[in-house]
Design a protein around this ligand. Structure first.
Ligand SMILES: [Zn+2]
Length: 377
């Protein structure tokens, strides 16, 4: 591939802004950020007028896209389709997310993701297992008949991948301390979600095993005066990050702003929770035999319950900026912080030595192009 460059009026590297700047990379590694005027004349170079170059967006919760649900097509080619659909909305990397499923499907998801990474499918960095170790009281659109509390032997039977990062969302009140220890020893990132725990059930030992909380405010026990619930505990647990859906439907904008005030810097990050309808012409799909469709921009199942979101990362970023979050912080919530949450030390910033990944946005935050591992897509 050799040396290439993109440039724009503004470039945000994750910490600082650069004006009339170019991002130069060699193969799949960032080489430098230079003023456009200093670019070597022989370099292959694409300029984006009236645009902003930011660290490539990373979405830790993507159930589908491009008319494909990962749950319905658990394969490397489905992952490729989903990554392609989400690039239209600025996502450089994502975790295909398996909604509660059978042990057989979980094994297939772990294997398919590892295969996609081995095949260098652009944009996949791992897999998110959302359940089936969840709370029936907070099932959301999941099929509660699939829920169970696993033993270490149950967990050890799965083909845990070597290269793919793994994020597990579990209702930790239903998991033994030993299984949480075991997951942590496997290098799994653990997030508490779809949980009906009381604050007392989220013991210091359990909290010490949790890296984050999944889609803050949604599918978790409420915050009340005498009972912090999962919401209060998530807001109060400084070491744990919180992912949040910023479509303006799942969470009231004021609650997003409240979480942003309360969580320490770097601990609030954007996820889309997008489904097959993103980047697709159709507005309905099936999950576990039930039809889910877009009605008034909301994805709902036949009971009218919210079933994932119909939004991309670029719109999610635009929303939080419109609600009052500073642009630099919004861009970090979509890239730097999810990279940190998953321990992706070479992503989330535009710095020499980092993986060549960037999102190019128009002035109204629509994705113009995405750079993934040195490929401009
Ligand atoms: Zn969920």
């Amino acid at each position: 591939m050799g040396m290439k460059a993109i440039s724009a009026a503004r470039l945000f590297d994750g910490t600082h802004y650069h004006h009339d700047a170019a991002l130069i990379w060699n193969n799949d590694v960032i080489e430098a950020i230079l003023p456009i005027a200093e670019l070597p004349s022989d370099i292959e170079h694409q300029h984006y007028a009236n645009a902003l170059i930011a660290p490539g967006f990373i979405d830790l919760q993507v159930n589908g896209g491009g008319d494909v649900m990962f749950n319905s097509d658990i394969s490397a080619s489905a992952i490729e389709t989903i990554c392609h659909a989400h690039r239209k909305h600025g996502t450089a990397y994502l975790l295909p997310t398996l909604i509660s499923s059978t042990p057989q499907d979980i094994s297939q998801a772990l294997t398919a993701t590892e295969q996609a990474i081995e095949a260098h499918v652009p944009g996949v960095i791992g897999v998110h297992l959302e359940g089936p170790w969840l709370s029936k009281e907070k099932k959301g659109a999941h099929n509660a008949e699939l829920f169970y509390s696993p033993t270490i032997n149950d967990l050890a039977d799965f083909p845990w991948p070597k290269q793919a990062k793994v994020l597990v969302t579990a209702a930790v009140e239903n998991m033994s301390d030993e299984t949480l220890d075991w997951l942590q020893q496997q290098g799994v990132t653990l997030s508490c979600g779809h949980s009906n725990a009381t604050a007392a059930q989220l013991t210091p030992r359990k909290l010490s095993r949790i890296d984050g909380f999944t889609h803050l405010f949604n599918a978790m026990s409420a915050f009340e005066g005498r009972e912090p619930g999962v919401i209060g505990t998530a807001l109060h647990t400084d070491h744990a990050w919180c992912s949040i859906i910023t479509d303006g439907i799942h969470v009231h904008p004021n609650n997003v702003m409240l979480a942003q005030k309360v969580k320490p810097a770097g601990k609030l990050l954007i996820v889309t929770d997008a489904m097959a309808t993103l980047g697709s012409e159709t507005n309905r799909f099936e999950l576990d035999g039930q039809v889910i469709e877009v009605i008034d921009n909301k994805l709902v199942n036949s009971e009218g319950r919210l079933a994932g979101a119909h939004i991309g990362m670029d719109e999610s970023v635009a929303n939080v900026i419109a609600w009052g979050i500073d642009e630099a912080e919004a861009l970090r919530m979509a890239s730097t912080y999810p990279a940190q949450a998953m321990n992706l030390t070479q992503l989330g910033q535009l710095k020499p030595g980092y993986r060549a990944a960037a999102t190019v946005l128009s002035n109204d935050y629509q994705s113009q192009a995405v750079l993934v591992d040195g490929q401009l897509l």
